[in-house]
Design a protein around this ligand. Structure first.
Ligand SMILES: Nc1ncnc2c1ncn2[C@@H]1O[C@H](COP(=O)(O)OP(=O)(O)OP(=O)(O)O)[C@@H](O)[C@H]1O
Length: 390
C-alpha cells in the first residue's frame, strides 16, 4: 500500500534526516514511528505528502510513485493530523471539520452534514460543540476536531504526527482508546509518529523504531519488546519492557478459570450443594438472559437455613473485561475494583460470560507470553549457529 523504497533525505545544510529508509506498510495497517528527538520521524511523514521531496529513492502509494502525482491532489488523499492541530481560529468547529469536503467541491450543506457526522464519530456532539470556536475547546477536544477534519475527505491514508502529544496522560489514553475503536471500523492505512514508547506499543499493529535516520527494528510491538534487535532498541524501549508487555498481551480463553455457575432463580440450597461438591467458596451468578449478574458466597455450614432463590443472596459484580483485552487492562481493573477475580465476557457473542481471570491466571498469561519469546530467541540462536557453521 505505502512503500518507502530506499528513501533518503538530505536537507540543503547537509543534515541527513532520513537514511536509506526501506519500509512497507500494508493496507489498513497502523504503523507507529517511534524514536528519540531528531531521528527523522517528522521528515519521513512530510515526504509522504510531499511537503518535502526525497534526495534519493521512491515512495509508492498503491503501487504508484507519488513523485509523478500532482501534490495537491495527493494531499487530498492523505489525512494529516499534527500536534498543534492547526484549526482555523476564526471558523466554527463545524466549519473547520467541513473545510476539506468544501475544498473537494462538495456543496456547503452536504459538507456540513458530513462534518457533523464526523464530529459525532470522534465523540463531540455537533449540537453542543459545532458552533464554538477553537479557543472555546479543551486541548483534547481540539485534537478530536483535528482528527475529524483529517477524516473528512475519507482518505485511504492518515499521517498522524504526535497528534495526542499536547494533552495530559489521562486525556491522551482516552483519545488513544477512541482512536483504536475508530480504526477498528475504518481500517485506514496509518503512519503515526510518537516519541512515547507506550503509545507506539498500544496503537501500532507494527512499530518502526528509528535510530539516527534509520529504522533499527520494524516488527509487532510484542516482538520488539520481547526481542529487541540491538542495544539501542533495548535501551529505547526501556528496562521495564516486561511491564510494557502487559499492554500487548491479550487475555485468552485458556487463561480463564471456570467456577460453578448458577442462575438468580435457582434454589439457594442447590447452589450451595454445587459449591460444596466443587470444593469452592463462591459461584458466578447469571440472570435469566444469561448475562452476568455477580456472584454468591457459599452459606456458612452452621448458619441458619438456606431458603429461597439465589437472588436473595447474590451480590453484584461490576469488574468485567472483554475477551482479548490486554493484561494491563485486566490488572488495572483488578486494582480498581480491589477484586480477587474479574469476569471475562465475549464481546462477539452479546457479552456472554466465559470465565474468570484471577491473579494467578494473569501471572500464567504473562509467563505464556514470555515463554513464547524465549522460544523465539532460542530459534534465532539456532539459526545463527546454522549459518556460522555452514
Ligand atoms: N528544514 C530543515 N533543514 C535542515 N535540517 C532539518 C530541517 N528539518 C529538520 N531538520 C533536521 O533533520 C533531523 C530530523 O528532524 P525531524 O523533525 O524529522 O525529527 P523527528 O524525529 O521528527 O524529531 P522530534 O521528535 O524532535 O519532532 C533533525 O536533525 C533536524 O534538525
Amino acid at each position: 500500500m505505502l512503500q518507502f523504497d530506499h528513501v533518503s533525505k538530505r536537507y540543503p545544510d547537509g543534515t541527513l534526516a532520513v537514511d536509506d529508509l526501506h519500509l512497507e506498510v500494508e493496507e489498513g495497517e497502523l504503523v507507529t514511528l517511534v524514536g528519540p528527538s531528531g531521528c527523522g520521524k517528522t521528515t519521513t511523514m512530510r515526504l509522504v505528502n510531499r511537503l518535502e521531496e526525497p534526495t534519493s529513492g521512491r515512495i509508492l502509494l498503491g503501487g504508484e510513485d507519488i513523485a509523478s502525482q500532482d501534490a495537491v491532489r495527493l494531499r487530498r488523499r492523505i489525512g494529516y493530523v499534527i500536534q498543534q492541530v492547526g484549526l482555523f481560529p476564526h471558523r466554527t468547529v463545524l466549519d473547520n471539520a467541513a473545510a476539506v469536503p468544501l475544498l473537494l467541491g462538495r456543496r456547503k450543506a452536504e459538507a456540513r452534514r458530513r462534518a457533523a457526522e464526523l464530529l459525532e464519530l470522534v465523540g463531540l456532539d455537533p449540537a453542543v460543540y459545532g458552533g464554538r470556536y477553537p479557543d472555546q475547546l479543551s486541548g483534547g477536544q481540539r485534537q478530536r476536531v483535528g482528527v475529524a477534519r483529517a477524516l473528512a475527505a475519507d482518505p485511504p491514508v492518515l499521517l498522524m504526527d504526535e497528534p495526542f502529544g499536547a494533552v495530559d496522560p489521562v486525556v491522551r489514553e482516552r483519545l488513544q482508546n477512541e482512536f483504536l475503536r475508530l480504526q477498528a471500523e475504518m481500517r485506514k492505512t496509518v503512519l503515526f509518529v510518537t516519541h512515547d514508547v507506550e503509545e507506539a506499543v498500544r496503537l501500532g499493529d507494527r512499530m518502526a523504531v528509528f535510530g539516527q535516520g534509520r529504522v533499527e527494528q520494524f516488527d509487532s510491538p510484542a516482538a520488539v519488546l520481547g526481542n529487541p534487535a540491538n542495544d539501542h532498541v533495548a535501551a529505547f524501549v526501556g528496562s521495564d519492557r516486561g511491564l510494557k508487555r502487559l499492554s500487548v498481551t491479550p487475555v485468552e480463553k485458556g487463561d480463564l478459570e471456570r467456577p460453578p455457575v448458577v442462575h438468580l432463580s435457582d434454589p439457594m440450597d442447590r447452589a450451595a450443594a454445587l459449591m460444596r461438591a466443587d470444593g469452592v467458596r463462591w459461584a458466578v451468578v447469571l440472570d435469566e438472559r444469561e448475562a452476568l449478574h455477580g456472584w454468591v458466597p457459599i452459606p456458612d455450614a452452621g448458619g441458619s437455613d438456606v431458603v429461597g432463590p439465589v437472588a436473595g443472596y447474590a451480590r453484584r459484580m461490576d469488574a468485567t473485561l472483554p475477551l482479548g483485552a490486554s493484561l494491563k487492562q485486566a490488572f488495572s481493573t483488578m486494582l480498581q475494583y480491589d477484586a480477587g477475580w474479574i469476569a471475562v465476557l465475549d464481546p462477539r457473542d452479546d457479552d456472554r460470560f466465559l470465565g474468570v481471570l484471577t491473579p494467578s491466571g494473569l501471572h500464567e498469561a504473562l509467563r505464556r507470553s514470555i515463554d513464547a519469546d524465549a522460544r523465539a530467541v532460542a530459534r534465532s540462536a539456532v539459526d545463527l549457529d546454522a549459518v556460522s557453521g555452514a
